[in-house]
Design a binder for this molecule. Sequence first.
Ligand code: NAP
Ligand code: MG
Length: 490
Amino acid sequence: MAKQKAAAINLAFNHGWTYAPAPESTDHIEIKSQYDLFINGKFVAPTQGQYMDSINPANEKKLSSVAIAQTADVDKAVKAAQQASTGWQKLKPSERGKYLFRIARMLQERGRELAIIESLDGGKPIRESRDVDIPLAAAHFFYYAGWADKLAYAFPGRDAQPLGVAGQIIPWNFPLLMAAWKIAPALACGNTVVLKPAETTSLTALKLAEIIQACELPPGVVNIITGAGSTGQALVNHAGINKVAFTGSTQVGKAIQKALAGTGKKYTLELGGKAANIVFEDAAIDQAVEGIINGIFFNQGHVCCAGSRLLVQEGIKDVLLKKLKLRMDTLIVGDPLDKNTDIGAINSKEQFGKIKNYLRIGINEGGNMHQSNCTIPNKGYFIKPTIFTDVAQSSRIVQEEIFGPVLSIQTFRTPEEAIEKANNTPYGLSGGVWTDKGAKVFKVTGKLKAGVIWANTYNKFDPTSPFGGYKESGMGREGGLHGLHAYVKL
Ligand code: NAP
Ligand code: MG
């Protein structure tokens, strides 16, 4: 596809035609000028009347104002969830399932609207919000809807009871999808929820609140409170919460773990990553190049499981690098709403600054930086696809999570060396292996300390598969049958 697109663009240039952008229309997409907190089935103003701006990172314009929940609002939301808990637990499990099916169907019905808002608010290409984020969010609700009345099969011979109220905190890279990952299994197991979306991307969570309202979910079963880090902190510290589910940075994850020590609250932490994508000499090189591109440039590299370190076997380094650079030059960076865009806007000014700083660090450490030859818009937060060669295992850009479209490239000679390098970071979330030999896949993946490993593919997600990390990438698993464990006491 990408090759065809590049060929089409070349053809257009050669004939003196101009390349026509194809932006998705925003007609009939409703974004209110101001959003309140969703507590006990209603939208209510925050007690202190404070709001924050939600910005479109592709043009730096304000999209809407979103309420900031203070401790008193968090308290209201938790109390609403506590009050709703008894009724929700008593409901026949198959009835709970019906609500989840209803939400799943409505997410599908309103898919176009949700995809456009996700791209406007967060900067991701419309192709990805439309084909990945929104369908997967619906798939998560469908999947856990099916478990609601089958917990006895999930836990044979055990009595699976809900935990009570789950406090859930999510990041900005997959806003609606992360909300689905959190809410669906919690409700299926009979818990009620208070969810806090990330500051820069609250809009699709608020649209989900509208959907939940339209589905007539009993009031208080799901509460969505927007705000900053302090809102998340107040939620974690609230005595009425029985479980904390957090996805975000390792730094905040560690702070949450400290805050929860000794409280008896259950928790799951899905944190950062620095995955190695390992390419052996016997791999199908063109496929591997596609996997490397997808691994690091999907969602601007704002992916916890991004293949942000390429480990390539020495013999194919030159040919692979040549192909990789050519392929990078076909990537279109720009308007997230354009259906041809491959790489959209960096999610926020803060993240934009962080990535640019890592580019400086990489250069100062002696890395050899190469960026694609694309043009980027002069307004908005955009970074060209970037690779670094001549980096050391100890380089900061090899060890630290950049969370942007920046790939570090190292070589190896033997499988043992690849494994050693792959495991040598504080993280352990994911990894990729590219080889023609099945035996090598098993040999290498078995020795990688990572929760999710793909072979001859990358960044494939499915609600049935467990997801989670080792080491500083977190604890507990989400997704699949494992994802139910996090929301029950046995
Ligand atoms: P973050 O700064 O840790 O924020 C995550 C969420 O926590 C946001 O809603 C944030 O609110 C909130 N928060 C901030 N400080 C808090 C505190 N002291 N107590 C409670 N909540 C607090 O992470 P991010 O920058 O949004 O997301 C990027 C990180 O998430 C990356 O490191 C990435 O690897 C990780 N991530 C991991 C996974 C996974 O499944 N393992 C998936 C996606 C992302 P504000 O938005 O208001 O700051
Ligand atoms: Mg925004």
